[in-house]
Ligand binder design. Structure first.
Ligand code: HEC
Ligand code: HEC
Ligand code: HEC
Ligand code: HEC
Length: 109
């Protein structure tokens, strides 16, 4: 596990301990969940979104690893998709799983 991910995990644990014990009772938008650990700058250079999301997708990988290093679903899309094609962090909540039928119409899961 990368040092960046470890320190973010530490930050997340601290945030949960420091704030409300019911922090996870309400659905929470993924970007806000991440921002609690490291501010908007954890994904955006100087907090400003880039035009093509390339910088942001590099940040995901610097903490989580690349598609090739993740689950089978992720491996299947190595070299084809960016994290943000499936994980829409400003709209989806923690715990939401991206669905397949946005892009595949053959019922795969
Ligand atoms: C987990 C990474 C992540 C964090 C943290 C994050 N963003 Fe984003 N943001 C993205 C990505 C990726 C996009 C590209 C559009 C998309 O996929 O939703 C984006 C897009 C945006 C946009 C462009 C508008 C849009 O929806 O296309 C704005 C403005 C923005 N973010 C502001 C913020 C602010 C302010 C914060 C801190 C509260 C923040 N972001 C935290 C990843 C993140
Ligand atoms: C094809 C759509 C898709 C793409 C692209 C994708 N994901 Fe996922 N992700 C999923 C699905 C579906 C799950 C639910 C669990 C599973 O199937 O692995 C998930 C789960 C996750 C999880 C939580 C579970 C875990 O494995 O720890 C993380 C973190 C994650 N993805 C990060 C990423 C990152 C980082 C990228 C880019 C390098 C990425 N994802 C790209 C679909 C996608
Ligand atoms: C600074 C490090 C960092 C960055 C950058 C980052 N993440 Fe995360 N992310 C974490 C940590 C820590 C967790 C909580 C532990 C875990 O699930 O791995 C997490 C959790 C997640 C989860 C699982 C949430 C759930 O449902 O349980 C997804 C999905 C995810 N991140 C996607 C992304 C995507 C997409 C990006 C880029 C747009 C991104 N992350 C950028 C550190 C990061
Ligand atoms: C954002 C669009 C998108 C989403 C969402 C998505 N995929 Fe894909 N997937 C693609 C593209 C593009 C390809 C490459 C072209 C192809 O094979 O259809 C691909 C290829 C694949 C492949 C390898 C090629 C094949 O046909 O065997 C598998 C397996 C796969 N996807 C499974 C899934 C599963 C399972 C999900 C849901 C968790 C999912 N995909 C969600 C866009 C997506």
């Amino acid at each position: 596990m990368s040092n960046k991910l470890l320190s973010a995990l530490f930050g997340a644990t601290f945030a949960v301990l420091a704030f409300s014990p019911t922090a996870f009772a309400e659905p929470q938008v993924l970007a806000d969940f991440h921002a609690e650990m490291g501010e908007c700058e954890s994904c955006h250079a100087n907090g400003e979104p880039s035009a093509d999301s390339a910088y942001e997708n590099e940040q995901c990988q610097s903490c989580h690893g690349s598609l090739a290093e993740m689950s089978e679903t992720h491996k299947a899309h190595d070299g084809m998709l960016n994290c943000s094609d499936c994980h829409v962090v400003h709209e989806m909540n923690v715990g939401d799983k991206p669905t397949c039928d946005n892009c595949h119409d053959d019922g795969r899961k």
